[in-house]
Design a protein around this ligand. Structure first.
Ligand code: ARG
Length: 388
């Protein structure tokens, strides 16, 4: 089977040249055909149709099937993700007509809240993608400013320290400038900021039932709960553009379940994030005066196991990094069997702890970028730069 020949640099500009749109569209039809979703004669017909629509209107509308199957391939092509074993299970909601005409931010907000409720699914988190209006030559599609639909504010203090999540200080400042006021706690959920190009952004606070969270406790340390740690139940990446068949969908939020290390060994522990290891080590009675006591390593392990324990107790889907990496290797083998490569960025898929105990440690990957794909895009608020 053939894979896409088209390579891209991340953050392709929103308006493509007509020739590139045709090439990408034909490439997508070709891939869907090669993977058995379209008979050859239907593919020819579809290609002619797309060309005619492009000639007449400068853009084209993808069928729901092209959108849904194409999004799965985009995920499969993404080199940053360790969860691709499940690529065939990605569900896509077609929200292309929501707020059609470009004026109605509240309709978009409602659809995003629905997305969160559907993805949450009572704790059995679903892999869910919602695709909103694509960019057109005369008008880019809508964006949300948030890197994820659910994220905590980060308030920069006068002394340079941050209350909340340091990852979001720029976004938080931009949202404060719009007139939003948070409570100033460590875990204030940011409002969604929705913007149609050419219009003022509008912010909306999420209703509490759309923001499930998990309080972190430890299976053996009763004091752990008193640290007051928590995290949102699942991630929903909302700042990547879906690049599919010559179209660009700048608002395509993607939910899936967490791997425990993302929370325990990154979000709550990185020194430039919540930086909780010193408190945990103190609780464990470790000597934090010297690195050589390995207090960070021991605290990190207990935090990660607390995350697993807490999500399990709360009945929220979460996987551990051993299982995740084993599934990735199975995915890789399956891809090879189907005549495809498995693009991956090793540094992105190796878990943040215990990397060498997992089967991907010894393996090497090519981070090739092929289309379709999900890519980063510049932050939409006035300042420039990109958010990590
Ligand atoms: N690492 C990001 C976070 O901690 C989420 C990235 C996507 N992860 C996922 N399991 N789908 O929020």
């Amino acid at each position: 089977m053939k894979t896409s020949r088209l390579c891209v640099q991340p953050s392709t500009p929103p308006s493509l040249l007509a020739g590139q749109v045709v090439a990408e569209a034909e490439d997508l039809v070709g891939q869907l055909t090669a993977e058995g979703h379209l008979p050859a004669d239907a593919a020819k017909r579809r290609t002619r149709e797309i060309r005619a629509e492009l000639d007449a209107t400068g853009t084209y509308r993808q069928s729901s099937e092209e959108l849904c199957l194409g999004a799965r391939i985009a995920w499969r092509n993404n080199p940053q993700c360790i969860g691709k074993f499940y690529w065939k299970g990605l569900e896509t909601r077609d929200c292309r007509d929501v707020g059609a005409g470009g004026g109605d931010e509240s309709a978009l907000f409602e659809a995003l809240v629905d997305h969160l409720r559907l993805a949450w699914n009572g704790g059995r988190v679903r892999m869910l993608l919602s695709v909103f209006a694509p960019s057109r030559p005369d008008r880019p599609g809508p964006r949300v400013w948030n890197g994820q639909l659910i994220r905590y504010a980060g308030y920069r203090q006068h002394d340079g320290s941050v209350v909340g999540d340091p990852e979001t200080v720029d976004l938080t400042e931009a949202v404060l400038r719009l007139g939003w006021r948070g409570r100033g706690t460590e875990y204030d959920v940011l409002p969604l900021v929705i913007q149609w190009p050419g219009r003022e952004p509008r912010w909306f606070d999420l209703p509490p039932d759309a923001v499930p969270e998990v309080r972190i406790s430890h299976p053996d340390y009763p004091w752990f709960e008193r640290l007051g740690l928590r995290w949102h139940a699942f991630p929903t990446i909302s700042n990547q553009v879906l690049e599919l068949g010559g179209l660009r969908y700048p608002l395509a939020p993607f939910s899936a379940w967490y791997t425990c290390t993302e929370i325990g060994a990154r979000n709550l522990s990185d020194t430039n994030r919540y930086d909780k290891l010193p408190q945990i080590a103190k609780g464990m009675g470790l000597d934090t005066g010297r690195d050589r006591t390995l207090w960070r390593d021991r605290a990190l392990l207990e935090l990660t196991s607390a995350v697993l324990h807490s999500y399990d107790q709360a009945g929220v889907s979460v996987i551990d990094h051993h299982f995740a990496t084993k599934q990735f290797v199975r995915h890789e083998e399956r891809e090879h069997k189907n005549g495809r490569g498995c693009p991956a960025d090793w540094s992105a898929i190796v878990p943040a702890t215990s990397g060498s105990t997992t089967p991907i440690w010894q393996r090497r990957y090519e981070p090739t970028r092929t289309l379709p794909n999900f890519s980063p895009q510049p932050v939409p608020w006035p300042t420039g730069g990109t958010e990590g």
